[in-house]
Design a binder for this molecule. Sequence first.
Ligand SMILES: Nc1nc2c(ncn2[C@@H]2O[C@H](COP(=O)(O)OP(=O)(O)OP(=O)(O)O)[C@@H](O)[C@H]2O)c(=O)[nH]1
Ligand SMILES: [Mg+2]
Length: 305
Amino acid sequence: MTTRCGFCAVIGAPNAGKSTLTNALVGSKVAIVSPKVQTTRMIVKGVAMMGGTQIVFVDTPGIFRPRRRLDRAMVGAAWLGAEDADAILLLVDAADLAANPNSPAARDTAAILEGLKDNETRKALVLNKIDGMKRETLLPLTEKLHSQASFEDVFLVSALSGDGVKDVAEWVNARMPEGPFLYPEDQAADMPMRLLAAEITREKIYHRLHDELPYASAVETEKWEERKDGSVRIEQVIYVQREGQKAIALGKGGQTIKTIGKLAREEMEQLFDRRVHLFLFVKVNENWAESREYYEQMGLEYPKE
Ligand SMILES: Nc1nc2c(ncn2[C@@H]2O[C@H](COP(=O)(O)OP(=O)(O)OP(=O)(O)O)[C@@H](O)[C@H]2O)c(=O)[nH]1
Ligand SMILES: [Mg+2]
């Protein structure tokens, strides 16, 4: 039997819902999600089987005008993900765009459309977050965006509720080239466990901490120790950039870090299907965002400046 297998990149402005859509398409959580922009920092692959086709969805960091070194690496990774793909989904937060045509995300989307102009990969436009929106506001949005790049199709979806997601999957499925499977058929995620565990903790940080703190922090799994009773002991360091941030991350009487640890542990237990003993330490490292090692761990290129 001939099999088909290919890559589908999910790109868009920060916070468009790319990771939510990727998880919905894959049918399990492979990428972390938060209400804050710039949650995803690296390429995250999620594998879905549809009949005789294996689709590798490539969730990417949001594309925006980068400032910091890490931002540049993230945006670079996103474009690279799009370059290697057999199909591209451009995701747009329709609710945001309808409410404010000049929002930062709208400007980022305009820049992405410009960047896609000469890209010959087959593309579909996906208007996301249509839950709670009126159909009549969607039509002019669709027409405006559609005319700006050569999209084969347009989909209106709610990645959150799953509404319309199946149609997107079918569009992608029909565009995958012939080829052998790249992953075992029952595998959904393609991330080393230590990194996955670090990402889970980072997600909880994005949910619990505010202002600049999520952006000033990084998580590293330092120790992963298998226990005889089947449980695992995981030690992680949360790096922040200043002493003051450490105090905030810890919280009054260590309450904040305790909550983050509890939420992360619960999710790890569910995902790894075993008991987890999670130990979190907060350390100040002013320069983590400049350290080559961090980029290597995340599979990011290290930008020159
Ligand atoms: N109402 C609604 N919210 C959504 C939908 N899809 C995603 N969201 C929310 O939008 C926020 C951002 O979702 P993410 O999936 O993290 O977005 P992203 O594009 O991956 O963001 P970055 O990784 O930061 O670029 C989260 O709070 C999601 O719950 C949707 O269809 N409807
Ligand atoms: Mg994301």
